[in-house]
Design a protein around this ligand. Structure first.
Ligand code: TYD
Length: 215
Protein backbone atom coordinates (compact mmCIF):
# COMPACT_ATOMS: atom_id res chain seq x y z
CA UNK A 1 0.00 0.00 0.00
CA UNK A 2 1.33 3.42 -0.95
CA UNK A 3 0.42 6.28 1.39
CA UNK A 4 1.52 9.82 0.60
CA UNK A 5 1.54 13.00 2.67
CA UNK A 6 1.12 16.38 1.04
CA UNK A 7 0.66 20.00 2.01
CA UNK A 8 2.45 23.33 1.99
CA UNK A 9 5.56 23.87 4.12
CA UNK A 10 4.60 24.21 7.78
CA UNK A 11 1.44 22.08 7.53
CA UNK A 12 2.61 19.53 10.13
CA UNK A 13 3.30 16.66 7.74
CA UNK A 14 6.44 15.54 9.56
CA UNK A 15 4.65 15.34 12.92
CA UNK A 16 1.93 13.17 11.39
CA UNK A 17 4.43 10.89 9.70
CA UNK A 18 6.22 10.42 13.04
CA UNK A 19 2.93 9.58 14.78
CA UNK A 20 2.01 7.08 12.07
CA UNK A 21 5.45 5.48 12.26
CA UNK A 22 5.09 4.99 16.04
CA UNK A 23 1.61 3.55 15.55
CA UNK A 24 2.83 1.05 12.95
CA UNK A 25 5.89 0.05 14.96
CA UNK A 26 3.81 -0.42 18.11
CA UNK A 27 1.50 -2.72 16.16
CA UNK A 28 4.39 -4.59 14.53
CA UNK A 29 3.30 -3.62 11.02
CA UNK A 30 6.21 -3.40 8.60
CA UNK A 31 6.61 -0.17 6.69
CA UNK A 32 9.18 2.02 4.94
CA UNK A 33 9.28 5.81 4.82
CA UNK A 34 11.00 8.00 2.24
CA UNK A 35 11.09 11.71 1.72
CA UNK A 36 10.99 13.51 -1.60
CA UNK A 37 13.22 14.70 -2.98
CA UNK A 38 15.58 12.09 -1.55
CA UNK A 39 15.60 8.52 -0.31
CA UNK A 40 18.44 7.12 -2.44
CA UNK A 41 22.03 8.22 -2.84
CA UNK A 42 21.39 9.76 -6.25
CA UNK A 43 18.13 11.38 -5.14
CA UNK A 44 19.75 12.87 -2.02
CA UNK A 45 22.44 14.42 -4.22
CA UNK A 46 19.76 15.93 -6.41
CA UNK A 47 17.99 17.12 -3.23
CA UNK A 48 20.96 19.14 -2.10
CA UNK A 49 21.11 20.80 -5.53
CA UNK A 50 17.43 21.64 -5.34
CA UNK A 51 17.21 22.92 -1.80
CA UNK A 52 20.55 24.52 -1.11
CA UNK A 53 21.92 26.03 -4.30
CA UNK A 54 21.69 29.79 -4.15
CA UNK A 55 22.23 30.37 -7.88
CA UNK A 56 19.18 31.00 -9.99
CA UNK A 57 17.73 27.75 -11.13
CA UNK A 58 15.64 27.71 -14.27
CA UNK A 59 12.05 26.57 -13.45
CA UNK A 60 12.14 23.78 -16.04
CA UNK A 61 15.48 22.57 -14.68
CA UNK A 62 13.88 22.49 -11.23
CA UNK A 63 10.89 20.54 -12.52
CA UNK A 64 13.12 17.98 -14.20
CA UNK A 65 15.38 17.58 -11.18
CA UNK A 66 12.44 16.85 -8.86
CA UNK A 67 11.25 14.32 -11.43
CA UNK A 68 14.70 12.77 -11.80
CA UNK A 69 15.02 12.33 -8.03
CA UNK A 70 11.56 10.71 -8.00
CA UNK A 71 12.29 8.27 -10.80
CA UNK A 72 15.34 6.97 -8.97
CA UNK A 73 13.54 6.60 -5.63
CA UNK A 74 10.54 4.84 -7.11
CA UNK A 75 12.51 2.39 -9.23
CA UNK A 76 15.28 1.68 -6.75
CA UNK A 77 13.34 1.52 -3.49
CA UNK A 78 9.58 1.94 -3.65
CA UNK A 79 8.62 -0.55 -6.38
CA UNK A 80 10.53 -3.49 -4.87
CA UNK A 81 8.99 -2.83 -1.44
CA UNK A 82 5.46 -2.53 -2.81
CA UNK A 83 5.94 -5.84 -4.62
CA UNK A 84 6.43 -7.45 -1.19
CA UNK A 85 3.06 -6.02 -0.13
CA UNK A 86 4.57 -3.75 2.47
CA UNK A 87 3.38 -0.29 3.38
CA UNK A 88 5.35 2.58 1.87
CA UNK A 89 4.89 6.08 3.25
CA UNK A 90 6.09 8.94 1.10
CA UNK A 91 6.71 12.39 2.52
CA UNK A 92 5.64 14.14 -0.71
CA UNK A 93 5.17 12.60 -4.15
CA UNK A 94 4.16 13.88 -7.58
CA UNK A 95 1.26 15.94 -6.23
CA UNK A 96 3.97 18.25 -4.83
CA UNK A 97 5.23 18.77 -8.36
CA UNK A 98 1.73 19.56 -9.61
CA UNK A 99 1.14 22.00 -6.75
CA UNK A 100 4.60 23.63 -6.48
CA UNK A 101 5.98 23.56 -10.02
CA UNK A 102 2.63 23.49 -11.84
CA UNK A 103 0.43 25.87 -9.86
CA UNK A 104 3.06 27.70 -7.78
CA UNK A 105 5.78 28.42 -10.31
CA UNK A 106 3.99 27.80 -13.56
CA UNK A 107 7.12 25.95 -14.75
CA UNK A 108 5.13 24.15 -17.44
CA UNK A 109 1.51 23.60 -18.41
CA UNK A 110 -0.40 21.14 -16.23
CA UNK A 111 -0.79 18.60 -19.02
CA UNK A 112 2.98 18.34 -19.50
CA UNK A 113 3.47 18.10 -15.75
CA UNK A 114 0.95 15.30 -15.57
CA UNK A 115 2.79 13.39 -18.31
CA UNK A 116 6.13 13.94 -16.60
CA UNK A 117 4.72 12.89 -13.22
CA UNK A 118 3.50 9.62 -14.66
CA UNK A 119 6.86 8.95 -16.28
CA UNK A 120 8.88 9.78 -13.16
CA UNK A 121 6.58 7.70 -10.95
CA UNK A 122 6.89 4.72 -13.30
CA UNK A 123 3.08 4.83 -13.51
CA UNK A 124 2.66 4.15 -9.78
CA UNK A 125 -0.16 6.01 -8.01
CA UNK A 126 -0.80 6.40 -4.28
CA UNK A 127 -3.63 4.41 -2.70
CA UNK A 128 -4.22 7.16 -0.15
CA UNK A 129 -3.03 10.76 -0.14
CA UNK A 130 -3.33 12.78 3.05
CA UNK A 131 -3.49 16.48 2.35
CA UNK A 132 -2.86 18.53 5.46
CA UNK A 133 -4.64 21.73 4.64
CA UNK A 134 -3.61 24.93 6.38
CA UNK A 135 -4.04 28.61 5.67
CA UNK A 136 -0.79 29.77 3.96
CA UNK A 137 -0.40 32.67 6.41
CA UNK A 138 -0.72 30.38 9.43
CA UNK A 139 1.81 27.99 7.88
CA UNK A 140 4.18 30.89 7.33
CA UNK A 141 3.94 31.80 11.03
CA UNK A 142 4.73 28.20 11.98
CA UNK A 143 7.94 28.08 9.96
CA UNK A 144 9.03 31.68 10.41
CA UNK A 145 11.38 30.74 13.25
CA UNK A 146 13.16 28.05 11.22
CA UNK A 147 15.99 28.53 8.79
CA UNK A 148 14.22 28.52 5.43
CA UNK A 149 15.43 26.59 2.43
CA UNK A 150 15.28 27.96 -1.11
CA UNK A 151 11.71 26.86 -1.79
CA UNK A 152 10.38 27.89 1.59
CA UNK A 153 11.72 31.38 1.03
CA UNK A 154 9.62 31.81 -2.09
CA UNK A 155 7.02 34.09 -0.44
CA UNK A 156 3.40 34.13 0.52
CA UNK A 157 1.89 34.63 -2.94
CA UNK A 158 3.67 31.52 -4.08
CA UNK A 159 2.23 29.46 -1.21
CA UNK A 160 -1.28 30.73 -1.93
CA UNK A 161 -0.96 29.40 -5.47
CA UNK A 162 0.50 26.10 -4.24
CA UNK A 163 -2.34 25.80 -1.78
CA UNK A 164 -4.94 26.44 -4.50
CA UNK A 165 -3.23 23.74 -6.55
CA UNK A 166 -3.64 21.22 -3.75
CA UNK A 167 -7.28 22.24 -3.32
CA UNK A 168 -7.88 21.55 -7.00
CA UNK A 169 -6.21 18.13 -6.76
CA UNK A 170 -8.37 17.34 -3.73
CA UNK A 171 -11.48 18.06 -5.80
CA UNK A 172 -10.29 15.93 -8.71
CA UNK A 173 -8.71 12.92 -7.06
CA UNK A 174 -10.69 10.41 -4.98
CA UNK A 175 -7.56 9.20 -3.26
CA UNK A 176 -7.18 12.63 -1.61
CA UNK A 177 -8.22 12.97 2.03
CA UNK A 178 -8.28 16.55 3.21
CA UNK A 179 -7.34 16.97 6.87
CA UNK A 180 -7.74 20.21 8.77
CA UNK A 181 -4.13 20.82 9.80
CA UNK A 182 -5.16 23.30 12.46
CA UNK A 183 -6.63 20.57 14.64
CA UNK A 184 -4.49 18.98 17.36
CA UNK A 185 -1.89 16.45 16.13
CA UNK A 186 -3.64 13.65 18.08
CA UNK A 187 -7.01 14.31 16.43
CA UNK A 188 -5.44 14.37 12.97
CA UNK A 189 -3.53 11.17 13.73
CA UNK A 190 -6.72 9.35 14.73
CA UNK A 191 -8.36 10.42 11.47
CA UNK A 192 -5.39 9.11 9.52
CA UNK A 193 -5.42 5.73 11.26
CA UNK A 194 -9.14 5.38 10.71
CA UNK A 195 -8.92 6.24 7.00
CA UNK A 196 -6.14 3.68 6.48
CA UNK A 197 -8.19 1.10 8.40
CA UNK A 198 -11.23 1.74 6.21
CA UNK A 199 -9.11 1.46 3.09
CA UNK A 200 -7.61 -1.85 4.24
CA UNK A 201 -11.02 -3.23 4.98
CA UNK A 202 -12.31 -2.21 1.58
CA UNK A 203 -9.41 -4.14 0.03
CA UNK A 204 -9.74 -7.23 2.23
CA UNK A 205 -13.26 -7.23 3.66
CA UNK A 206 -12.73 -10.62 5.35
CA UNK A 207 -9.56 -9.70 7.17
CA UNK A 208 -10.28 -8.54 10.69
CA UNK A 209 -8.29 -5.31 10.69
CA UNK A 210 -8.49 -5.14 14.46
CA UNK A 211 -5.18 -3.38 14.69
CA UNK A 212 -6.52 -0.29 13.02
CA UNK A 213 -9.59 -0.10 15.20
CA UNK A 214 -7.70 -0.26 18.48
CA UNK A 215 -6.98 3.43 18.71
P1 TYD B 1 11.57 19.65 2.72
O1 TYD B 1 12.62 20.26 3.58
O2 TYD B 1 11.52 18.16 2.60
O3 TYD B 1 10.21 20.30 3.13
P2 TYD B 1 8.90 19.69 3.74
O4 TYD B 1 9.27 19.22 5.11
O5 TYD B 1 7.96 20.87 3.72
O6 TYD B 1 8.45 18.59 2.83
O7 TYD B 1 11.72 20.30 1.29
C1 TYD B 1 11.02 19.92 0.21
C2 TYD B 1 10.70 21.18 -0.57
O8 TYD B 1 10.64 20.87 -1.94
C3 TYD B 1 9.36 21.76 -0.18
O9 TYD B 1 9.45 23.16 -0.13
C4 TYD B 1 8.47 21.35 -1.31
C5 TYD B 1 9.40 21.27 -2.48
N1 TYD B 1 9.01 20.32 -3.54
C6 TYD B 1 8.67 20.80 -4.79
O10 TYD B 1 8.68 22.02 -5.02
N2 TYD B 1 8.34 19.92 -5.77
C7 TYD B 1 8.35 18.57 -5.58
O11 TYD B 1 8.04 17.79 -6.50
C8 TYD B 1 8.72 18.07 -4.28
C9 TYD B 1 8.75 16.61 -4.00
C10 TYD B 1 9.05 19.00 -3.30
Amino acid sequence: MLITFEGIDGCGKSTQIELLKSFLSKNKIEYSVFREPGGTEISERIRSLLLHETDDMNPVTELLLFSAARSQLISEKVMPILKQNQIVILDRFFDSTTAYQGHGRGSADLKSIHTLNRLAAHAIKPDITFYLKIDPEKAEQRISGNLKDRLESAGNDFFKKVSAGYDQLAREENRFHVLDAEQSPEVIHREIVSIIGDFQQSQEPDAASKTWKEV
